[in-house]
Design a protein around this ligand. Structure first.
Ligand code: HH2
Length: 279
């Protein structure tokens, strides 16, 4: 498992070894480019690297397990061998099983352990797990997502899954929960969840948040019909991450590691008790 820092959020660097991810698709399909990218993120201050071989952007279709593993396997194993803490971003128990055998410490499941085989796997291994909420499936999730009360429904789902994992022997500190920003949610659903992060933090489970370069940032700073392009979403992303840190979020999943880490350090500095009145 992965030990979270006690005094600040961990920075989880995103490594998409995919042809079609929404912001870096195709850039790191080659395993040596992926490895270089991961090591650079570690130099920039990433505490762990989240390796994914299947895009879950809205409209994306599932990839067979064998193909997904052929994209990520070498990268996971090489990083683990170098001592880099690795998280595997997958919905497939078979891919997660192979990644854990190859040295990954965390399973990041965007379908929130809905597959009983994934629940069985993570509960039988000494790993950390991230349970994320998603309404529906990536291929269709952004077609009119609807909730009675988004915050309550997301919280209930996450608590139910986390409690099941704990009942089956996982330590609560190794069970992370994530509201799944952008996964079957409108811009307003995302806002409601971000305003209520304290309700997730209050459960006692470590909270992970992934907002990096997501489309709601583009829509808020541009418009619903003309969102800011992905490459112009850094400031919006960092602002929400600072908000999340102040609410007690324990893991930030980010593309821009150096900038994210600097923001984390500045918040830490402001909050530290180092002030003494002069004169
Ligand atoms: N978001 C993405 C993928 N995995 N995992 C967690 N726990 N939380 C998230 O918010 C999250 C996630 C989507 O972002 P990205 O990996 O950049 O894109 P893609 O799915 O297109 O590969």
């Amino acid at each position: 498992m992965f030990q979270l820092p006690a005094d600040r959020p961990a920075v989880m660097g995103i490594l998409n070894v995919t042809p079609d991810s929404f912001s870096d698709g195709g850039a790191f399909l080659d395993s040596s480019a992926a490895l270089d990218r991961a090591l650079r993120m570690v130099d920039e201050g990433a505490d762990l690297v989240d390796v994914g071989g299947e895009s879950t952007r809205p409209g994306a279709f599932a990839v067979p397990a064998e193909e997904e593993w052929s994209r990520v396997g070498v990268v996971v194993e090489r990083l683990a061998r170098r001592g880099v803490p690795v998280s595997i971003d997958t919905r497939k128990p078979e891919v997660a099983r192979r990644a854990l055998a190859g040295g990954a410490l965390v399973v990041n499941d965007v379908s929130g352990l809905r597959d009983p085989a994934m629940m069985d796997l993570v509960c039988s291994r000494p790993c950390s797990v991230c349970i994320m909420h998603m309404q529906g499936e990536p291929a269709t999730m952004q077609i009119e997502p609807a909730y009675r009360d988004v915050v309550q429904e997301v919280r209930e789902f996450l608590l139910r899954q986390a409690e099941e994992a704990v009942r089956r022997g996982k330590a609560a500190q190794d069970v992370w929960i994530d509201p799944g920003i952008g996964f079957g949610k409108t811009t307003e659903h995302n806002r409601a969840l971000l305003r209520s992060l304290d309700r997730l933090v209050g459960t006692g489970y470590p909270v992970l948040l992934g907002v990096s370069r997501k489309s709601f940032v583009g829509r808020v700073l541009g418009s619903e019909t003309a969102p800011l392009p992905v490459e112009d979403r850094l400031e919006g992303t960092l602002t929400v991450q600072v908000w999340a840190q102040l609410q007690g979020v324990r893991v930030l999943r980010v593309h821009d590691v150096l900038a994210a880490r600097r923001c984390v350090e500045m918040v830490l500095w402001v909050r530290a008790d180092g002030y003494s009145a002069c004169g």
